[in-house]
Design a protein around this ligand. Sequence first.
Ligand code: BTN
Length: 268
Amino acid sequence: MDLLSPSIIESQLDSKRLGKPIHHYFQLDSTNDIADQLATDGAPEGTMVVAEHQTHGRGRLGRSWFSQKGKDLCFSLVLRPDAPLNNLSCLSLILGIAVGNAVEKISGLKPDLKWPNDLLVNGKKCCGILSEVRTEFGEVKYLIVGIGINVNTKVVPKEISKTASTLFQQTGQEISRSQLLAEILNCFEPFYFGFLDQKIKPLLDLWVKKSSYAEDRWVVVKQMDRSFQGITQGLGEQGALLVKRGEGWVEEVLAGDIVEWGKKVTRS
Ligand code: BTN
């Protein structure tokens, strides 16, 4: 069985900080919750929680997250960035690039990035990221980044099958979860150090380059209390999605979801 055993993951890790240490669980509610508890108790930056089976996986905006026991990847990292709260959205975007690069390296697929944190293959979501920040007196205390990837599941539940898929469904091949996980940490660490060194702009530019949604795309954005449409215009300095709503009217979207989209539009 392709277990996510710490020794197997460690043997494939090149990282200095991420994935040190690794806490492996056969079953838990949510890797984010356990990582949060460990971080509260003082776990160092880079601590990772990984589970074979997550019973109450949480998604963004109060949604639940599907994964199958022993087949998919569910893990969370404790980060303690010395960075302003406002920059943390950029960090989740940067993590998305790293996950995409690792998926490409291990599976040969080329995932698309949909703002803010979805990885799509052939228009279907295979991966999501849930970032949760804890602050104290307005300062970042720590951040938990939870990553879910549908890897070797053969059939996804009917309710999500129109919008979600798995790497197995897209390649017809099983992928080593431990290899993919180690590769994600190996890809993310240099980006993370770049982020800590304030070299954020080139990373946001890379995100825009890798996303077919970032520019010239008609989208409907849904937020807590409203929805609106417009044409995407790239990213703002803090990772906000820029959406043109009319002549001279560009809105910076810091929170929300793209729920509908069209083909790329040609600029006039
Ligand atoms: C999304 O809504 O797209 C984010 C999904 C994040 C799921 C992962 S699985 C590991 C970690 N633990 C959770 O409960 N959620 C995240």
